[in-house]
Ligand binder design. Structure first.
Ligand SMILES: [Zn+2]
Length: 50
């Protein structure tokens, strides 16, 4: 218990802007707020369930 696969999947779709900490979709090439191109994934390691 305590695991939420669906929530993890949602987090995996999010990238965080290194400059303004704005949330972007994981596939975004640049931040939609400030235009900064350095985005990092919300989660370090994304595990895919087979
Ligand atoms: Zn930004």
């Amino acid at each position: 218990m305590g695991k939420f696969p669906l929530a993890d999947a949602e987090l995996a779709k999010i990238s965080i802007c290194k400059r303004c900490k704005g949330r972007n979709h994981a596939g975004a090439e640049k931040c939609r707020r400030c235009g900064y191109r350095a985005l990092r994934p919300k989660k370090k390691d994304i595990k895919t369930k087979k």
